[in-house]
Design a binder for this molecule. Structure first.
Ligand SMILES: NC(=O)c1ccc[n+]([C@@H]2O[C@H](COP(=O)([O-])OP(=O)(O)OC[C@H]3O[C@@H](n4cnc5c(N)ncnc54)[C@H](O)[C@@H]3O)[C@@H](O)[C@H]2O)c1
Length: 81
């Protein structure tokens, strides 16, 4: 599917799981021609995902990160933090 994302850079969190959404999102965005930043608390997993994207022809790096849930949702789609 052509999403018009070629050349864009996608930062994908939770990309380290080899059975999860993050890896699948990375693979699909790589096919779209995106540059990939594969982020996860599990750096080794993120590296595997980034390597797979590279093998598919994408520019990809892995990054160790820890994301946090924001509190204070206003209930109208925005958040205070
Ligand atoms: N809305 C829905 O219908 C629905 C359905 C299924 C899953 N989910 C949610 O989607 C998310 C991803 O699901 P999945 O199946 O890919 O899970 P998964 O467990 O396969 O992968 C999650 C990845 O996130 C990483 N991770 C966990 N905490 C982290 C943190 N604080 N910082 C950085 N990385 C962290 C883990 O190391 C893992 O690689 C989960 O939060 C899950 O609850 C939502």
């Amino acid at each position: 599917m052509e999403l018009g994302l070629k050349g864009k850079t996608a930062i994908v969190t939770g990309a380290g799981s080899q059975i999860g959404f993050g890896r699948a999102i990375v693979n699909n965005l790589a096919k779209e021609g995106c540059n990939i930043v594969a982020c996860d608390i599990d750096l080794e997993g993120a590296k595997k995902t980034a390597a797979e994207a590279q093998a598919a022809g994408a520019r990809a790096i892995a990054l160790k990160n820890r994301h946090y849930q924001l509190s204070g949702s206003t209930g109208n789609g925005s958040s205070r933090y």
